[in-house]
Design a protein around this ligand. Structure first.
Ligand code: ATP
Ligand code: MG
Length: 281
């Protein structure tokens, strides 16, 4: 990993975060366009992630909690897109210190991250820290100063997710991140049929559950809700919902223009409070 990207002290984090660096137009063009909080912060879609940001900020104000996991019932519901957009929305406050931890050791979000930084392809991360005590958090944090964001990738070392997530070292890393960052967003694997989220649950202050329109079967949503500690459920994100229309709110659609592109655009993210009735498929 590029050593210039690593940091060694809290004070240097602060210095870089406040440096006011902005992404160049070339950098922005490379980024996956689903990451609207980063590439199009003024868009209607990005506004939806700011609504979610508000929920996380309220968690911090109300309870002091700063660690929120993003999960979903099954694969492909939009956990990684939601995680990065949420972290990006929080990081729009240039004074907030925001970190995202990729805890989906089965299907990491490298391809999304790689679109904005090629260092992710061979970056050390969580598994390396867990397996080797000589590797510190500083060694694996990938700093993206232009986005005011730090990311801990999954890592290069192949080790079973269960072993990583139950390890003492993992808990130490989360605790250290807590001390150093204002907000930590944790991208997770799906809940149904895997034990990972039960292990992650212990270390986070809240869960955001992502449900994708026309994708997540209702029975799996019920299973996921039953598996979670409901006291930690912050809310449910209805991803790719076509019920929230940008035009309705007087916004021009970011990708769409007139008629075209609505299908290829990232769906807007609807937000419902915890215990809202699950939607039908
Ligand atoms: N709001 C959205 N609008 C349009 N496409 C989206 C949206 N959210 C996610 N997608 C697309 O859906 C696919 C799955 O998204 P993502 O990788 O975030 O899901 P995931 O739940 O993290 O999947 P996995 O369980 O495999 O890690 C991707 O191709 C992504 O670009
Ligand atoms: Mg994912």
């Amino acid at each position: 990993m590029d050593s210039a990207s690593t940091i060694s002290q809290d004070s240097s984090i602060t210095a870089r975060y406040r440096s006011g660096a902005r992404p160049s137009a070339r950098e922005l063009r490379r980024i996956d366009r689903h990451l609207v909080s980063l590439v199009a912060p003024d868009s209607f879609e990005a506004e939806q992630y700011r609504r979610l940001r508000h929920v996380i900020e309220e968690l911090r104000t109300g309870t002091g909690g700063s660690v929120a996991a993003v999960s979903s019932p099954i694969a492909g519901d939009g956990k990684s897109v939601t995680s990065i957009n949420l972290a990006g929305a929080l990081a729009q406050d240039r004074f907030a210190k925001v970190c995202m931890i990729d805890c989906d050791l089965r299907r990491h979000s490298t391809s999304l991250c790689q679109s904005f930084d090629s260092r992710f392809s061979d970056a050390q991360g969580l598994t390396d820290v867990v397996i080797n005590r000589a590797i510190s958090l500083d060694n694996v944090l990938v700093q993206l100063p232009a986005f005011n964001l730090a990311i801990i990738p999954t890592g290069q070392h192949q080790i079973g997710p269960y072993e990583v997530l139950r390890s003492r070292r993992f808990s130490e890393i989360v605790q250290e991140a807590r001390r150093r960052f204002d907000y930590i967003i944790v991208d997770t694997p799906p809940i149904v049929a895997l034990s990972d989220c039960k292990l992650i649950e212990k270390w986070v202050d809240g869960f955001v559950l992502v449900v994708a329109a026309h994708h997540t079967p209702r029975r799996f949503l019920k299973e996921a809700l039953a598996a979670l500690d409901r006291r930690k459920l912050l809310g449910v994100v209805f991803n790719c919902s076509d019920q929230v229309s940008a035009r309705y709110y007087g916004y021009e659609h970011y990708y769409g223009g007139k008629g075209r592109g609505r299908r290829s655009a990232p769906g807007v993210t609807g937000w419902r409070a915890p215990n809202a009735a699950p939607s039908d498929r």
